[in-house]
Design a protein around this ligand. Structure first.
Ligand SMILES: NC(=O)c1ccc[n+]([C@@H]2O[C@H](COP(=O)([O-])OP(=O)(O)OC[C@H]3O[C@@H](n4cnc5c(N)ncnc54)[C@H](OP(=O)(O)O)[C@@H]3O)[C@@H](O)[C@H]2O)c1
Length: 307
């Protein structure tokens, strides 16, 4: 299959590029220097030139605070960008695989969200991503919309200054900061490599529609941090915090666990438990010599960061 990956130098896009390549596809990586999704003509020129069968769109403005401060830009990238890709899919006959987010939900359900649950975003990021979903659903004849959550991967997350939650925790600890991490936001952290493998599987079935693709299980950010330090055998002074303690003015869902119900209904759900993904990720960092060395019993101080 001839596959174009938009945002291929991003955290998720880089893994998607690799996994489709490993599976024998002809994969063309596009980064922001060659495509601007907000611009219909830029998308059109690239798609005409490349003649893809599948276009995977990972491009997004997803720094949550920035989206709140610059809502127009968020709607242009996350909404109009998705619309441009969808519009051209019918004209140029390709399938769209569009990446979305757990932040389309308000978190009030308190049990895992399935694809048929009604979204109700709490912030501009969630609204703009939901609009992107609606454009894809209503315009593209063949599409997969894939909601993911709490991503971390080997490749730097470009929208978050190259960090993800795991590397942030490790770095802030190394800087000798005390860690206070929210214990009232529940999610499912997910390793980007696992998402990428699942997308390859999904691309092989022509069962189009909306999919949740996250790891199994759930935890709070605090529990996630606790597990990171347990697996790296670090003794850290880690304190529980509440959402309201930090200076951010952006509302976030307190519960955004997704169930991969659509994948399960097709017997395609190959996503592992989040702890399994974290172990493999930490091993990969260690193999690459990127796991910092720590002394025991140090006291680290830092505020939580927003992911
Ligand atoms: N990270 C998470 O925890 C998380 C959670 C849920 C959902 N998601 C979704 O997952 C997807 C991938 O996230 P990620 O973590 O891989 O992000 P990332 O590392 O920031 O990658 C995003 C990529 O999109 C490119 N891009 C941004 N704006 C663009 C534009 N206007 N036109 C063309 N390319 C553009 C970026 O290039 P530049 O950096 O050069 O602009 C980058 O290559 C996004 O759709 C996001 O909404 C992420």
């Amino acid at each position: 299959m001839r596959v174009v990956v938009i945002g291929a130098n991003g955290q998720l896009g880089a893994d998607i590029y690799e996994k489709f390549l490993e599976h024998g596809d002809q994969v063309i990586p596009l980064d922001h220097s060659v495509i601007e999704v907000k611009d219909y003509n830029s998308v059109k020129a690239n798609m005409l030139r490349l003649n893809p069968e599948l276009v995977i769109n990972t491009a997004a403005m997803h720094h949550v605070e920035r989206c709140e401060e610059e809502p127009e830009e968020a709607f242009l990238v996350n909404g109009i960008g998705a619309r441009n890709i969808a519009l051209l899919s019918n004209e140029l006959d390709y399938t769209v695989m569009h990446i979305s987010t757990d932040y389309v939900f308000d978190g009030l359900k308190n049990s895992p969200y399935v694809e048929s649950d009604s979204p109700n975003p709490l912030n501009m990021y969630g609204y703009s991503k939901l609009i992107g979903e609606y454009f894809v659903r209503t315009i593209a004849e063949r599409y997969y919309i894939v909601r993911v959550s709490g991503l971390y991967g080997i490749n730097p997350c470009r929208a978050k200054g190259g960090r993800n939650f795991v590397t942030s925790m490790l770095t802030m600890a190394q800087e000798g900061k005390e860690l206070r991490v929210v214990d009232d936001e529940v999610l499912t952290p997910t390793y980007t490599t696992d998402v990428a493998k699942q997308l390859v599987i999904l691309s092989r079935v022509q069962d189009y529609g909306l999919y949740h693709v996250t790891s199994q299980g759930a935890c709070t950010w605090y529990e996630f941090a606790q597990k990171i330090f347990q697996l790296t055998d670090m003794k850290v002074s880690l304190a529980r915090a509440e959402q309201g303690e930090f200076s951010t003015k952006v509302l976030r869902p307190k519960y955004s666990v997704l169930e991969n119900a659509h994948l399960k209904s097709l017997d395609l759900d190959g996503m592992p438990h989040w702890e399994d993904g974290l172990k493999r990720y930490l091993n990969a960092l260690k193999r690459d010599g990127r796991l910092p060395k720590y002394g025991f019993n140090a006291k680290w101080k830092c505020a939580n960061s927003s992911f």
